[in-house]
Unconditional design. Structure first.
Length: 80
């Protein structure tokens, strides 16, 4: 994962992680330490970030135009 890329991931499994919603799009925070242990750091609805097993998600690499559209929407949702 590159530090200058904004990433998003879709939840595809939530077994033992009931706070995750299946098929929901989440913003990913780069966490190299978590990645080494096969985890991913996700920002949830509260605006807090937590680590989850990486196999619960599919990381989506959007074009920069789509990322520029999505990121303000995620920030607006978190501040509401």
């Amino acid at each position: 994962m590159k530090d200058n890329i904004i990433q998003f991931a879709i939840c595809v499994q939530n077994q033992d992680c009931e706070d995750l919603e299946l098929l929901k799009l989440y913003q990913v925070l780069i966490d190299n330490s978590a990645a080494q242990d096969n985890y991913i750091r996700i920002i949830d609805e509260s605006g807090e970030d937590y680590i989850y097993p990486k196999n619960n998600f599919i990381v989506i690499n959007f074009s920069s135009q789509i990322e520029k559209t999505l990121l303000p929407l995620f920030k607006k949702k978190m501040s509401a």
